[in-house]
Design a protein around this ligand. Structure first.
Ligand code: AMP
Ligand code: ZN
Length: 493
C-alpha cells in the first residue's frame, strides 16, 4: 500500500481557477515540468523561491510514493529581452557585452544555478534538458504547426497565427484573457514587423548576420522562439499530455498560454492537466526582478555581505522562511521576517534534537495519529506548508513537555511521532538538521572577532609583523579584513 492511496492531494489548477483532486494519468506515476532559469545572469532569490516551491512539491509527491519524472529545463537560447519577440537574445547580449562565447555565459550561470540549489538542499530533477539540445525537436514541432495551418512563414521567420487558432480554440484559456481585449490593448504594428497581427508570436526567427546563436532550418539560419522550447522538451520527456506544469505567476501569459496553443496546434490536444503557478517574492514592497535590479543574490544572504540584512542566514533558514508562506501567496523578504524564521527554525530543530532522548511512558497524553493526519491534510490541501509548520510546532511543544515530564507517549506513539517529524521536516520541507551551536556562522564570527582584537593589540604595540600575519593568514583562508573608519569588519568568500 502506497501512501498516495490513502492521502489524496488537491491542487489549485490555474486552468480551472479551483482546487481539484489530483489524479495522475497513470496510476502511481507523475510527470511534472517546471520552466527553468534563463542562464544569462546569476539567479536571484525570487527565481529560487519558485524553484524551491516546486522542489517541495516534488519532495512531497515522492514521499507519498509516486514515481515522479521531474523535468526542469535550462533556457540557453531564444529568450529575447522583451517577451513580445523583440530585442536581442538575452544570452547573446550578455556574450556581446562581455566579449565571450554565448556558451561561456550559459556555462557560467548554469554552474552558479546548480551551486546555489545544492547549497539550499534541492533535489536534482530527473531530467534537465537544454533548449539548444532540442533544436531538431523544435523544428519538427514548427513543421507540424505549419502543416496544421496555424503558422506562417515570412522572410525566413515563422509565426504562430493566434487569430486563426482562436477561431476554433480558446487563446487565453489559462490566463483568462480574450483575444478581443488583447487586440484592444496592443499597439498596432509599426510596419517593421513581419507578423500579420501583433498577437502572433515567433516560433522561429531568422538570425541577423551578427547573431551568433544560429541553426539551419527549412526556413532560414535562425533560432527558435522562447515558448517553443518548453513545448518541445515537456512533451518529449513526459508525453503529449502530462500531469503537472509549473512556473512563476509571471509566466502564465504569454509563455504558458503560448505553450498550450502550440501543443493544441501541433498535437491536437491540451498538454497539461494541472497548471501550477508560484507567487512572487518581493523586496521593499516590489517584485524581485532582474530587469529592475531589485534583487538579492542568494549568496549575499548566505554570507551576510549585503546592504539589506543585519546578518547571514543559514540555507535551511531560507528554506524555512519560504515554507512559512503558501507558494501561492506573495512573500515579502524582510530582515524581521528572516530573523523570526531563524528563531522558529532553531526552536523546531531543538525539539527534534531531543526526540531521541525521550523515553516512552505508560500512557499517551497526545493523540499522535490524529496529529499526523493533520500534517498530511495540510500538505494535501494544495501543499499548504505554513499550516504544516504550525502542526510541527504543536508537536515541538509536546516534545518539550515530555522532556520536562509533563506529558507522555507510549512507545508506539513515540516512534510514530519521531518518524512523522523526521519525514516532514527533512524529506518534505528539505531542511537540514543543525542546531544553532553548529551552524558555524556564529562560531566563525566569534573567532574572527577575537583575531581582529588581537591584531589591534599587535598594532597598538607596533608589532606589525604579527598584525600583518593575522591579516594575511586569514586572507589565505578566504577571510578578508576590511579596515574602515568605524573599525575592522570581515568578509568571507
Ligand atoms: P527566468 O530566469 O527569468 O526565466 O525566471 C525563472 C523563474 O523564476 C520563472 O519561473 C519566473 O517566474 C521565476 N521568478 C522570477 N522572478 C520571481 C520573483 N520575484 N519571485 C518568484 N519567482 C520569480
Ligand atoms: Zn517554459
Amino acid at each position: 500500500m502506497h501512501l498516495y492511496e490513502e492521502q489524496k492531494i488537491q491542487i489549485y489548477n490555474t486552468l480551472s481557477g479551483k482546487k481539484e483532486v489530483f489524479k495522475p494519468i497513470q496510476d502511481g506515476y507523475v510527470g511534472m515540468y517546471v520552466c527553468g532559469p534563463t542562464v544569462y545572469s546569476n539567479v536571484h532569490l525570487g527565481n529560487v523561491r519558485t524553484f524551491m516551491s516546486f522542489d517541495m512539491v516534488f519532495r512531497y509527491l515522492k514521499h507519498l510514493g509516486y514515481k515522479v519524472r521531474y523535468v526542469r529545463n535550462i533556457t540557453d537560447a531564444g529568450h529575447l529581452e522583451n517577451d513580445a519577440d523583440v530585442g536581442e537574445d538575452k544570452i547573446t547580449k550578455k556574450a556581446r557585452l562581455e566579449q565571450i562565447e554565448p556558451m561561456e555565459v550559459v556555462q557560467r550561470y548554469t554552474v552558479d544555478f546548480h551551486n546555489i540549489l545544492k547549497t539550499l538542499n534541492f533535489l536534482p530533477p530527473s531530467i534537465e534538458p537544454t533548449a539548444t539540445g532540442h533544436i531538431i525537436e523544435q523544428i519538427e514541432l514548427i513543421k507540424m504547426i505549419i502543416d496544421n495551418g496555424f503558422a506562417y512563414e515570412v522572410n525566413g521567420s515563422v509565426y504562430f497565427d493566434v487569430h486563426k487558432f482562436n477561431e476554433n480554440h480558446d487563446y487565453g484559456i489559462l490566463s483568462k484573457r480574450n483575444l478581443e481585449d488583447l487586440i484592444h490593448n496592443t499597439r498596432a504594428l509599426d510596419g517593421q514587423s513581419d507578423k500579420k497581427n501583433p498577437q502572433d508570436f515567433a516560433l522561429w526567427k531568422r538570425a541577423e548576420p551578427q547573431h551568433i546563436m544560429r541553426w539551419p532550418s527549412p526556413w532560414s539560419d535562425g533560432f527558435p522562439g522562447w515558448h517553443l522550447e518548453c513545448t518541445a522538451m515537456s512533451t518529449k520527456y513526459l508525453g503529449d499530455n502530462f500531469d503537472i506544469h509549473g512556473g512563476g505567476m509571471d509566466l502564465k501569459f504569454p509563455h504558458h498560454e503560448c505553450e498550450i496553443a502550440q501543443s493544441e496546434a501541433a498535437k491536437k490536444q491540451a498538454p497539461v492537466n494541472y497548471w501550477m503557478h508560484a507567487n512572487m517574492l518581493h523586496l521593499n514592497g516590489q517584485r524581485m526582478s532582474k530587469s529592475t535590479g531589485n534583487v538579492v543574490n542568494p549568496n549575499e544572504l548566505l554570507s551576510g555581505e549585503n546592504t539589506f540584512f543585519s546578518k547571514a542566514f543559514a540555507p535551511s533558514v531560507i528554506r524555512f522562511f519560504n515554507a512559512q508562506s503558501s507558494y501561492r501567496s506573495v512573500l515579502d523578504l524582510t530582515d524581521d521576517g528572516l530573523l523570526a524564521s531563524e528563531k522558529g527554525f532553531f526552536r523546531l530543530m531543538d525539539a527534534i534534537n531531543v526526540l531521541d532522548e525521550l523515553k516512552a511512558g505508560d500512557s499517551s497524553t497526545f493523540n499522535v495519529s490524529e496529529w499526523r493526519q493533520k500534517c498530511y491534510d495540510a500538505m494535501n490541501d494544495d501543499f499548504n506548508s505554513p499550516i504544516l509548520i504550525a502542526y510541527l510546532f504543536e508537536a515541538a511543544k509536546q516534545i518539550n513537555q515530555i522532556k520536562d515530564g509533563n506529558a507522555s507517549l507510549v512507545s508506539k506513539d513515540l516512534d510514530l511521532l519521531k518518524k512523522t517529524m523526521n519525514d516532514f521536516t527533512f524529506d518534505v520541507l528539505g531542511l537540514v538538521n543543525v542546531s544553532k551551536a553548529d551552524t558555524g556562522t556564529d562560531k566563525l564570527a566569534g573567532a574572527v572577532e577575537l583575531l581582529i582584537e588581537l591584531r589591534q593589540q599587535a598594532r597598538a604595540n607596533k608589532d606589525f609583523a604579527l598584525s600583518d600575519k593575522i591579516r594575511d593568514d586569514l586572507a589565505a583562508k578566504g577571510i578578508q579584513l576590511n579596515d574602515g573608519k568605524d573599525g575592522t569588519t570581515f568578509t568571507t568568500n
